[in-house]
Design a binder for this molecule. Sequence first.
Ligand SMILES: Cc1cc2nc3c(=O)[nH]c(=O)nc-3n(C[C@H](O)[C@H](O)[C@H](O)COP(=O)(O)OP(=O)(O)OC[C@H]3O[C@@H](n4cnc5c(N)ncnc54)[C@H](O)[C@@H]3O)c2cc1C
Length: 474
Amino acid sequence: MKRVVIVGGGISGLTAAYKIKKKSSEANLPIEVLLIEEKERLGGIFLTEKANGFLIEGGPDSFESEKPHTLALAEELGIAHQVIGCDEEAHLTFIFWNNKLWQLPRGLLALAPARISSILFCPLLSWSGKIRALLDFMIPPLGDKDEEISLAEFYKRRFGKEIFDRVAEPLLGSIYACIPEIISIRSCWPRALILEKEYGSLLRGMLARGRMAREGTKAGEKKLPIFMTFREGMCELTKALADYIGSENLITGRKAVSLRENSGKGFTLLLDDAGAITADACILATAPSHATAEIVRDIDPGLTDILLKIPYVSSATISLGYKREKFSHPLQGFGVLVSRQEKLQVKAISWCSTKFAYRSPEGYVLIRCFMGTAEDEGIVYQSDEEVLKVVKEELKKIMGINSEPILTKIYRWENSMPQYLLGHEKRVRFIEQRLTHKYQGLYLVGNAYYGIGINDCIHNATQAAERAIEFLLK
Ligand SMILES: Cc1cc2nc3c(=O)[nH]c(=O)nc-3n(C[C@H](O)[C@H](O)[C@H](O)COP(=O)(O)OP(=O)(O)OC[C@H]3O[C@@H](n4cnc5c(N)ncnc54)[C@H](O)[C@@H]3O)c2cc1C
C-alpha cells in the first residue's frame, strides 16, 4: 500500500485528500491518504457558526458560479441540493466614495465593465471619465511582453484613472485586500489579458462573452446566480469532505514541523509531538506559504526563501445582528464597497440577510464588515472593544446606522490574504520547476500560488491529487 500524506485541513488539503481517497476506492488502487491539521478544527479559513438563530460566516461566505469547480465538487459529494444562490432580485451594490453611497450599475459589478450602458449611466463618473473608459475600444492590446505590469497600470491604461479610482479600486480592495499598484495583472486577473488579446479590447471581449452567455441561456442552459453558498453555510462543504475522508485518515491538533526526503524513496514528515510519518508522496496544503516554507527549510532553504517572498495581509470580519424594527437602513442590495480615498478601516460591508436566505431569524437582519488591507491591517490586531468602536462609528458614517447590534462576532484571520506581487508568476514557476526536478512526489497547493478564490483552491488541489496518483502508479 502506498501512502500520500497531506498537511493542512483547509479547503485545499481536504479537497486533495478527498480526491485521492475517492479515486483509489473507485479504481481499487493501493493508495491510502492521511491528512494532518495543526488545529483541532478542520476547515481552515472556512468557519460557520450559529448564534441566537443567526448563521454567521467567519471566513468565506460564498463562491462564484463563474468557475465550475466548487459546484462540481458539491455535486460529487451529493450536497448540491444544499446549494443556494444569492437573491438576484436584490442584486445591487453600492460604493462609498466622496462621503456618499453611490449605486453601481449592474454591468460594473465584475472588474471589467460588462455593458456600455453601465458606463454611460454610472452616477459615479463624470462625462470625461465615461468617454475615457469607452476609449478602451480603441486602445491596442499590450501584446506578449515579458515585462509584467500592475493591475492598476493595466486598468488605467485601458479605462482611465477616474473609473479605476472610483469603481475598480474599491472592488479590488474587497477581493484581494491589495495595493493594486503593486500586484500582478498576470497572476490576479489573467482573464483580462486573454480577453484583451482575443478581442483587442476588454469591453469588446466582455460584450462578446455576455452575448455567448445569453445565447447559452436561451439554448436552455440554466443561468446560475453569480454568488452561491450552502443553506447551512460554507462549512457544509468542508464537513462533507471530512466525512468522506473519514476520521481514520485524519489527524488533528498536530503540527507538521519538518519534511525529510528518504534518498528518493518518499518522505518522512516530523510532527510537533516528536512523531514521524513516512509517505510515498506528500501534498503540502499549508497556509500561509510561510508555514510551508518552515516545513521544507531542512530539505531546501532555496525553496524556503522563495516561499517567504509571497507576502500576506491579515484581515478580520465583523458580523453584527440587529432587530429589523430598530434598524434604519432598508438593506436593499448586497452591500457596500468603500473607496480607499475615504480613509476608513471598514473596506466592505456585506448585507448578509439580503444576499442569502436563512442567515437571520425572522424580524432581524445580519450585516458583515470586512477590515484589513495591505495598506492598513493594524486594526486587525486591536482589541475587540476598539474594533467594535471603529466599526460602529464607520457604519454610522457610511450607512447612517445608529441602532445597537444585539449580536456581534469578530473573526481575525492573521496572514490570510496572499498578495500576488509583480513577479509572482516567476516565483511560482521557480517553485514548480524545483519540485519537478528535485522532489518527485512533493506538491504544494493552496491560495498562495494560482488564485485565492475557493474555486481556484479546489482546482489546484484536484490537479495535485491527480498528479500524486499518477506518480504513485508509475
Ligand atoms: C476573511 C476571508 C473571506 C474570504 N471570502 C471568500 C469568499 O467569499 N469566496 C471565495 O471564493 N474566497 C474567499 N476567501 C478566500 C478563500 O477562502 C481562501 O483562499 C481559501 O479558503 C484558502 O484555503 P486553503 O485550504 O488554501 O488555506 P487555509 O484555509 O488557510 O488552510 C490551511 C490549513 O493549514 C493548516 N496548517 C498550517 N500550517 C500547518 C502545519 N505546520 N501543520 C499542520 N497544519 C498546518 C492551518 O491550520 C489551516 O487549517 C476569503 C478569505 C478570507 C481570509
